[in-house]
Design a protein around this ligand. Structure first.
Ligand SMILES: C[S@@+](CC[C@H](N)C(=O)[O-])C[C@H]1O[C@@H](n2cnc3c(N)ncnc32)[C@H](O)[C@@H]1O
Length: 236
């Protein structure tokens, strides 16, 4: 399935908090289309502004736990939850804290996934793009993805599902293989081409130099990956 968005405008958030973007919206849309949040316990693992967690509550989740390592993000998410009058608990800490509160019927995650060369200092990024911790994910973009794929099965109830969004540049095939290796049934559920934002634009030359980007291309493919744990009575 391929989805296209036009004229996307990032909503305004507090300084230092990731403003919801096309990846956030694609994840929310897939959660809505699959109906997976309805009457289910949901965990949003890298919640940022809380936009995906709040969407899960609005789509009928019975309860939602949200996690983020950024105190600013959690503070902002709690304000948004309060304003939206929804049942979402925002917890400060790593996504791995979800093990304390799970298991969940649905885990959603828009993690940091952009490859980053720590040797290159980027001085040109506009301030509105948010904190690097929200997107930088090591040389291969898999700093969060690898441990998440290795342990998400334990966060899921029998019959539970994860919906995970990331970019072609952080190797979706590796995600699919890692999830399958953990005993989950994984597939690409949706994809969307979007133009490079300021961060990828700043890294385009490095991606070209390291053979990950064709010369001159300035758009990336986002994917939403669905991973199902056997058991339970959920419909696919
Ligand atoms: C790409 S943003 C996504 C925010 C939001 N879910 C959305 O879709 O708009 C990633 C978020 O993950 C958080 N984060 C980074 N590493 C984390 C970790 N190890 N555990 C939990 N949150 C983390 C960042 O602070 C940031 O808010």
């Amino acid at each position: 399935m391929t989805t296209a968005y036009n004229d996307w405008e990032a909503p305004v958030v507090a300084e230092g908090v990731y403003a919801p973007q096309e990846d956030s919206q694609l994840l929310i849309d897939m959660m809505d289309k699959t109906g997976l949040a309805r009457r289910r316990r949901v965990a949003d693992l890298c919640t940022g502004s809380g936009v995906v967690a709040i969407a899960a509550a609005n789509q009928g989740a019975t309860a939602v736990d949200a996690f983020d390592i950024s105190p600013r993000a959690v503070h902002f998410a709690r304000q948004q939850v309060s304003a939206a009058c929804v049942d979402v608990s925002a917890h400060l800490g790593s996504w791995a804290r979800a093990a304390e509160f799970g298991p969940y019927d649905l885990v959603v995650c828009n993690p940091p996934y952009i490859p980053h060369d720590p040797g290159i200092e980027e001085l040109d990024l506009p301030s509105h793009v948010g904190p690097p911790r929200a997107w930088d994910a090591g040389c291969d973009g898999r700093l969060v993805l690898d441990p998440l794929c290795a342990s998400v099965r334990d966060l899921l109830a029998d019959g539970g599902t994860m919906l995970l969004v990331h970019s072609e540049f952080s190797n979706p095939r590796k995600t699919l293989a890692a999830l399958a290796g953990s005993g989950l049934d994984a597939e690409i559920l949706a994809s969307q081409w979007i133009p490079f934002g300021p961060v990828l634009s700043a890294r385009a030359q490095w991606l070209e130099d390291t053979g990950r980007l064709d010369s001159g291309r300035r758009e990336e493919e986002l994917v939403v990956i669905r991973a199902d744990k056997a058991g339970g009575d959920h419909e696919r």
